[in-house]
Design a protein around this ligand. Structure first.
Ligand code: GLA
Length: 398
């Protein structure tokens, strides 16, 4: 199987050359932020729970220079479109929705009182859009960081992630949790992050000697915003009912599997299913980290499989394409586990595969998926990379 990789120099030089072509001078900064794949812990972040994502070697790149007025000029290579707006008047752009992520970041940086310069920028990426690998967080985090590098203001990486989440929640209108922005800012090469989405404490967890394989169904997520926000409301409803019996509960994070088993009969059916997924998924994340630490990949893989079944049956965010891909993966020799990753309703699966079995895995899963759906999937091995970064002067000069 082809091992596709982002190449720092190649990508940097592409946005840089385009910047020179459009703006007529070298960019002052070139930064990038990664997409992510979540190994386990789905739809837990907005319930204050645990997640285990990895920042991957697919990125969004920004080449930028400050302007001495308050104008922001951004050219998006992937859309071959440009936008211009003023920092004094930041509004949503319905004609070019891709620019609402950048606008939202600028809006909230301004709102926090940072004195932003205007900006000329070229942006490009190889995180497939709408595939569940979080291209939007990569756009937000790379853009916020570009401004930070140019303006030099103080903002910790965690605060940068929180600001980007706010841009997505309150400017773009997607009520996402903190996972994607957090790992895009804080990811660590060769490691997954165990994030406690309540305290925002995190641990870096070394990855095992096994391949992380992403399989893109090529079905782009539909319905995701409305269904996503509906799931959030169902979880909140569950909390309101459970609080009658467990007054100390603030979110589903506070409910143990045992408590839930005792009380689940009090919840309406759909709410019960949603809450069951979240309560058990939190437990699975902690068990899966223990399994990784013990080097027990078989146990880790079983938990991944259980997570998929729970997302399919209880949370109902899978779709036929994701199920076909996962079931094809489960049949291949050398697979530890496989599940849908991200919000669902399309996008990608993630599988943990023994290193010697990767080639065979790609061929067999692609063939089975294509036979069942008529769609050619994209399958690639991911490396775990660092979070948002900037090019040093030396690399810039290449
Ligand atoms: C999307 C959101 C995340 C998270 C996942 C589901 O990627 O942006 O915050 O909720 O869905 O786990």
């Amino acid at each position: 199987m082809k091992r596709e990789r982002s190449n720092v120099r190649r990508e940097a030089s592409e946005v840089r050359h385009k910047f020179v072509e459009i703006f007529g001078g070298e960019p002052v900064a070139v930064v990038w932020a990664p997409g992510r794949v979540n190994l386990i812990g789905e739809h837990t972040d907005y319930n204050d729970g645990y997640v285990l994502p990895v920042a991957i070697d697919r990125n969004v790149w920004v080449a930028a220079s400050p302007r001495w007025d308050r104008q922001v000029v951004i050219h998006a290579l992937d859309f071959n479109e440009s936008v211009i707006f003023s920092l004094d008047h930041i509004e949503r752009d319905e004609a070019r929705p891709w620019s609402n992520y950048q606008r939202g970041v600028a809006y909230f940086l301004e709102e926090q009182g940072f004195d932003l310069p205007g900006l000329n920028a070229v942006i490009a990426g190889d995180v497939p859009i709408g595939s569940g690998l979080s291209s939007s967080a990569a756009v937000e985090v790379s853009m916020a960081y570009a401004w930070q590098v140019l303006a030099g203001f103080e903002l910790s990486r965690v605060d940068l992630a929180l600001l980007c989440q706010r841009a997505e929640n309150d400017f773009v209108g997607m009520k996402c949790g903190i996972m994607d922005q957090f790992v895009a800012a804080m990811g660590r090469r060769g490691h997954a992050l165990l994030i406690d989405c309540r305290s925002l404490e995190y641990q870096i967890i070394p990855l095992p000697r096994a391949a992380i394989v992403v399989a893109d169904t090529m079905k782009r997520r539909g319905l995701v915003d409305s269904e996503y926000n509906a799931r959030r409301r169902e979880c909140e409803e569950g909390v309101r009912i459970l609080q009658q019996y467990l007054p100390e509960v603030r979110t589903l994070r506070d409910v143990s599997v045992r408590e839930f088993a005792e009380l689940e009969g009090r919840l309406p059916e759909k709410v019960r299913q949603r809450c069951r997924h979240v309560v058990c998924e939190n437990e699975r994340v902690l068990e899966s980290v223990a399994a990784l630490r013990a080097g027990n990949l078989a146990a880790f893989g079983r938990l991944m499989n259980e997570s998929h079944i729970s997302l399919r049956e209880d949370y109902e965010v899978s779709c036929p394409e994701l199920d076909i891909m996962v079931e094809a993966a489960w049949k291949v020799k050398g697979i530890y586990g496989s599940r849908m990753t991200g919000a669902g309703f399309g996008g990608c699966t993630v599988s943990l595969v023994a290193e010697g079995a990767v080639e065979d895995f790609g061929v067999k899963v692609a063939a089975a998926y294509q036979k069942a759906t008529g769609i050619v999937p994209k399958i690639y091995v991911c490396r775990a990379e660092d979070g948002v970064s900037k090019l040093s002067g030396q690399l810039l000069a290449c």
